[in-house]
Ligand binder design. Structure first.
Ligand code: CA2
Length: 153
């Protein structure tokens, strides 16, 4: 039987990870984040589909398509987290389990980052652990989907 797919979506400017502002977001690139997720997903017995776009509409198209292709969505919507009712609506319509992730602890940052349009349609939120936020989210999603840990089997 084929392994369930977790769609991991990244929003605006996350392509700059490891290239700009390393003091704030660390020196790992988005490619490094993908590699860390793939490694953990392999051990858990899930597939991942890892994508980034700077465009809100593209992210919404991917969320809509996920309804037929993915078992769950891990989302770092970047700054759109704090602004996008459209992404909130798309996630709600997808009927898929969603985990919101952030590299930084948004609650230690400016007040405008304290509100999220994603959290109310998410199973849970993980923030502040850098690349590990994503790996923890993959683990949490595998757990939510009832997929076991091959290493522990
Ligand atoms: O901490 C996170 O993961 C954020 O989602 C990152 C967003 C920010 O707007 C959110 O409030 C929190 C920013 C993503 C931009 O990433 C950059 C990475 C390197 C250099 C410049 C931007």
């Amino acid at each position: 039987m084929s392994e369930p797919t977790i769609l991991i979506l990244n929003g605006p400017n996350l392509n700059l990870l490891g290239v700009r502002e390393p003091a704030l977001y660390g020196s790992d690139t988005l490619g490094d984040v993908e590699e860390a997720c793939r490694e953990r997903a392999g051990l858990l017995g899930v597939d991942i589909d890892f994508r980034q776009s700077n465009h809100e509409g593209v992210l919404i198209d991917w969320i809509q398509e996920a309804r037929g292709t993915a078992a769950g969505i891990v989302l770092n919507a970047g700054a759109l987290t704090h602004t996008s009712v459209a992404i909130h609506d798309a996630l709600k319509a997808s009927d898929l389990p969603v985990i919101e992730v952030h590299l930084s602890n948004v609650f230690r940052r400016e007040p405008f980052r304290h509100h999220s349009y994603i959290s109310s349609v998410a199973v849970g939120v993980i923030c502040g652990f850098g690349v590990a936020s994503y790996v923890l989210a993959v683990e949490a999603m595998a757990g939510a989907l009832g997929v076991g840990d091959k290493a522990a089997a």
